[in-house]
Design a binder for this molecule. Sequence first.
Ligand code: NAD
Length: 367
Amino acid sequence: MSNIFKLIESDEFEEVAYGYDKQSGLKAIVAIHDTTLGPAFGGTRMMMFEDEEAALKDCLKLARAMTYKNSAAGINFGGGKAVIIGDADQEKDEALLRAYGRFVDGLAGRFIAGVDVGTDENDMVTVKKETDHVTALPRYYGGAGSTSGATAYGVYKTIERMAERVFGESDLGNKTIGIQGAGSIGWRLAEYLSEEGSKLYISDINEESLKKVEDKGIDFERVAPEKIYDVDMDIFAPCALGGILNDDTIPRLKCELVAGSANNVLKDPELHSKMLEENGIVYGVDFIMSAGGVINNSQQYNEYGYTKEAAYNSVAKIADNMEEVMKIAEEKNITNWEAAYEFAKKRLNMASNLKKWYLTEEKSIKV
Ligand code: NAD
């Protein structure tokens, strides 16, 4: 692929690294977008891509979003992301994960690897054999555990808060909610909402995911994947992959609120955030809504050590951040997406400014 520098220059990436290991079959990319706030902190996505260019583009897009997600979440980590090209069910084994760990270790702590689609906390135990720059280890190993539980909790608490503004009440019991994707986040969100008594519609392309929700005793109606956009619902919670809100799908939506966990859910954020608004739909900005996982995992690094109670208390504050974003949007007459960027950039600028202060020799730039 030519013009890689042009691609990474356009969004001011600091570094893009490629890791290859012939024996294990590892083909991985780590994109480090911005380390103003601290080491880049992001998940590891393992899946098949159309081609290598698609993998790089996905990695860049996700890494960039992590900079703003981490900044808005109030944690001292920069933005980065890793992708491993391959079928997680067929190709993920100890050799590949350890080779990935050595690749991450070579980045000397500029990137801290977590989990994303196709990887889980048990994989991180294997990665940890080769590097300390890894998060999302299981709780029984003293880690902060999988990000999914905290992400789902953050999405749930933020939907509740947004409902106060959109519907005039936080009670979700009388609301109809469509969930796209019943994976790690989707089923947990469904569980919270079902406890509230919400009427749930769920779509997934994988029968096993839907079966898992049924086995949990959660009451819901199945919807064919391509029909979820047409359901008459109050709230739509996208919890599958990105880019699904676009010119074709937005005009079909009949809801008043879109709020879920899927990263990069708007195909063209600037255009499609405006389109949602013009259609009378309030948008819970993806990189604000889905910060529960990184907030949870960042607690692993606090001076008191990880406790679930403290971590989930911090996760619940995502609702305050989203409220602040809505306030900025109202005051400045801009979209929630634009306001979310302002909110995140403000903290990044503050940190850049602080760096001009000379501290100690140890902390200063070596010449
Ligand atoms: P997952 O892989 O566990 O679940 C995704 C589910 O979506 C799967 O069941 C899959 O079959 C389904 N799916 C895929 N395409 C679909 C389609 N077109 N229609 C309906 N269902 C479809 O992933 P997850 O961890 O639950 O993450 C979901 C989303 O949230 C992703 O975009 C992820 O990047 C984002 N996210 C996850 C976390 C986390 O902590 N896991 C944190 C932040 C953001």
